[in-house]
Design a protein. Structure first.
Length: 127
């Protein structure tokens, strides 16, 4: 049930941001048990002056091709699962989309299950 938001600076290859989304979804399926068909993403490209990052925060040398990934998901994953997810996404983006691992910024937002409605105005996971 994750909702993924991916923000990048405008890229000359129109399929680049979609490829990033594919890698993120595959990584979530592999590391945090996201099921088939549970793929909801907002993919956004911005003008170059509309995304800001510090190129050296925490000693990580970032480029101007930073990829911002925010994943809202139900609470309950372990720290180990989250760490595996971060690594799987960074490695996958590096290998499959040519994104430097230093340029992968990931933020998880955990919510309770009753905070989701997938349609019909119903909280399908509320108990």
């Amino acid at each position: 049930m994750p909702l993924v938001r991916i923000d990048i600076k405008r890229h000359p290859d129109r399929n680049h941001v979609r490829k990033i989304g594919e890698v993120v979804y595959a990584s979530m399926k592999r590391t945090i048990n996201v099921p088939d068909h549970d793929n909801f993403q907002v993919l956004t490209e911005h003008d170059h002056d509309r995304l800001v990052n510090d190129p050296q925060y925490l000693g990580i040398q970032r480029s101007d091709r930073q990829v911002f990934i925010q994943i809202t998901l139900s609470e309950g994953r372990t720290v180990e699962q989250k760490q595996a997810l971060y690594l799987a996404i960074a490695e996958g983006l590096n290998q499959q989309a040519g994104v430097r691992m230093e340029d992968v910024f990931i933020n998880l937002v955990e919510v309770r299950k009753e905070n989701w409605s997938f349609g019909h105005g119903v909280a399908q996971y509320a108990v």
